[in-house]
Design a protein around this ligand. Structure first.
Ligand code: M6R
Length: 607
């Protein structure tokens, strides 16, 4: 949801900011803008649509003198995605400009008050109140620091914001509450951004800002303070381990394709140091502080929810722990009954999803311990959980999540094996077989991916006329059916429904005809005969079928797509990339914007 960047240093600021925005564009791409001080004046340049429009507009101007400034790429919450609503927003005197990610919930009340005092607003956004309110406190004689503190005290909601002001050229102020903001510490330059890749070419030294903190940066220094009291706050500088190559396309046409092909490495990285196959042990020292859970509640959104649903099957089967999986936006308002001994596993790639974080806060209020299973180091989820289990997928840039789910499945497998051992539910032999299966996956997947892509490409072309798809699966492959449908919808805009195969005859079967294809997950396991019967029911109604299956299944459908079999539900690791590649190839063939699908944003930090 919106990407923000601020820069103070020795380089021309606008190109650095634009490059940062390019790396943040996955967060939102309705409009974009920059603000910088040059020759004693505040310049604001904004454009509707993608970043390229802003770049074109900036290309017409001389923007090379400024060495500090701010930039924003927007995912609209309040106000249409048009130029007047693009950030940065200024006060009436154009003394300062603000960029903001989040929602100011009481903006209308503040706006009414400011308008009553004669303030004229230029946009329909909630953000603009920040600029006017801050300026009004400064007009009363307060310096920026105090004025910003007073402003933050008045606003309710969520924000990561950065301010540039004519009163202090070469200086930026920023603050955060429930929206991500990191400080990049360079040599003779400092950065502020929603996410690390924005400044990764310049520094890997970062400071994670906490809620309620404010920061002042200039080229040579940075200082974090408590937003309410302005007392200094000590912060650690952390060096992140991945480099700029991890956040670039590396020769692939799209980030999504690159990230699908990274999955063998993702499995290996997530397992690294956490597996002792000979002992049949998943080594999770993170969990040592927690007693064995009586019940697990998995809370997540979107693809992470699907990973959690798959996790339920392995956690119940291998660990014997009763597990419930909940969509975070439902869980948070459901008044859930949490008993002593219940543990919540919150799953989130970004660690910033508002609904998931709200679920975490609710669970903790009710006394449950929380395991945060997340990818982004230092994210809000990591900070707010009792125990953090990093999935080690590396930066995921494409809006459609792929490798993150693979890493979540790996982490959930390790969790199930660990709890299966602790609870005495899973035999040593089964644990060894499972971990051995997991360790073999990177090699198998590496070998399979190129062929999978070719098959996905042919199938996508053959079905590109379809306007609807039904995805079917049973048991641990039902969540994959949901995920296959989600991937197809979000990047190709083809309607798709994921359904439990056995539930199809209770309604969706009415939809089946020769123009409504079915994509079936039919692994050769104990439920295979049941899925086979369901597919016969589809065929009997003239439906075309693509079936993702394993060798030896003897399926007679239009398109049989075989992938190798693995240990029990671990076959999911080989079916998931096939689903992802099918959606990818379909979207690419149809000419859609694969990495930045319409209306979506990578990290959903609003309700
Ligand atoms: O960062 P999170 O894992 O919490 O994100 C959850 C969903 O917003 C995310 O998975 C979304 O559904 C993706 N667009 C799926 O590709």
């Amino acid at each position: 949801m919106c990407g923000i960047i601020g820069y103070c240093g020795h380089r021309p600021a606008v190109p650095v900011i634009l490059e940062g925005l390019r790396r943040l564009e996955y967060r939102g791409y309705d409009s974009a803008g920059v603000a910088f001080l040059q020759q004693g004046a505040l310049h604001v340049v904004r454009a509707e649509g993608k970043l390229a429009n802003l770049e074109r507009r900036l290309g017409e101007q001389n923007v090379f003198l400024a060495t500090s400034g701010i930039g924003h790429t927007r995912w609209a919450t309040h106000g249409l995605p048009v130029e007047k609503n693009a950030h940065p927003h200024t006060d009436a005197a154009r003394r300062l400009a603000v960029i903001h990610n989040g929602i100011i919930e009481n903006f209308q009340e503040i706006k009414n008050g400011l308008q009553a005092c004669g303030c004229v607003f230029a946009s329909d956004t909630d953000t603009e109140v920040l600029a006017h309110l801050l300026a009004s406190f400064m007009d009363q004689g307060l310096g920026i620091e105090k004025a910003l503190s007073r402003t933050l005290d008045r606003v309710e909601g969520t924000y990561a914001l950065v301010v540039v002001c004519l009163d202090e050229p070469g200086v930026l102020y920023a603050a955060r509450k429930s929206s991500p903001l990191v400080l990049g510490v360079g040599v003779g330059e400092n950065f502020l951004a929603s996410d690390i890749p924005a400044f990764l070419p310049y520094t890997r030294d970062v400071v994670f800002l906490e809620d309620g903190e404010m920061v002042r940066i200039d080229a040579a220094s940075w200082r974090v303070m408590d937003a309410a009291t302005l007392a200094p706050v000590d912060k650690d500088v952390r060096r992140i381990t991945w480099d700029v190559a991890a956040a670039q396309k590396g020769g692939y046409k799209h980030f999504m394709l690159k990230e699908i092909f990274e999955q063998p490495k993702v499995i290996a990285d997530c397992m690294a140091g956490r597996v002792d196959v000979a002992a049949g042990r998943a080594i999770l020292p993170e969990l040592a502080a927690l007693p064995r859970p009586e019940r697990l509640f998995i809370v997540a959104c979107g693809t992470s929810f699907h990973a959690g649903l798959w996790g339920m099957y392995v956690l119940e089967r291998w660990a014997g722990v009763p597990t419930r999986v909940e969509i975070a936006s439902e869980f948070r308002y459901r008044d859930p009954i949490l008993l002593p001994g219940d543990v919540v596993v919150a799953i989130s790639q970004s660690g910033e999803t508002a609904d998931t974080l709200a679920g975490v806060r609710l669970a903790r209020e009710r006394g449950a311990k929380v395991i945060g299973l997340c990818n982004v180091v230092g994210s809000s989820l990591a900070r707010e959980s009792d125990v953090v289990f990093y999935t080690q997928a590396g930066p995921e840039i494409s809006v459609a999540s792929t490798k993150a789910m693979c890493s979540q499945l790996t982490a959930l497998t390790l969790l199930a094996v660990h709890l299966g051992e602790v609870g005495g539910r899973m035999s040593r032999q089964d644990r060894m077989d499972c971990l051995h299966g997991l360790c073999r996956l990177p090699g198998i997947l590496e070998a399979e991916l190129p062929g999978m892509r070719e098959r996905a490409c042919l199938l996508a072309k053959a079905h590109s006329e379809a306007t609807s798809f039904l995805y079917l699966g049973r048991g641990p492959y039902y969540p994959l059916a949901l995920e296959g449908a989600l991937k197809l919808k979000e990047i190709s805009y083809i309607h798709a429904e994921g359904y439990a195969a056995g539930e199809m005859k209770h309604g969706p079967i009415a939809l089946i005809d020769p123009r409504f294809p079915t994509f079936a997950l039919a692994p050769v396991d104990e439920l295979f005969p049941k899925v086979k019967s369901n597919l016969e029911e589809v065929q009997a109604r003239g439906g075309r079928i693509i079936a993702l299956t394993n060798p030896g299944g003897d399926l007679r459908v239009d398109d049989v797509w075989e992938v190798p079999r693995s240990f029990g539900p671990l076959s999911a690791f080989l079916m998931l990339p096939a689903l992802q590649l099918f959606a990818y190839e379909m979207a690419d063939y149809l000419g859609k914007d694969v990495d930045q699908p319409r209306n979506l944003a990578k990290s959903v930090t609003v309700e």
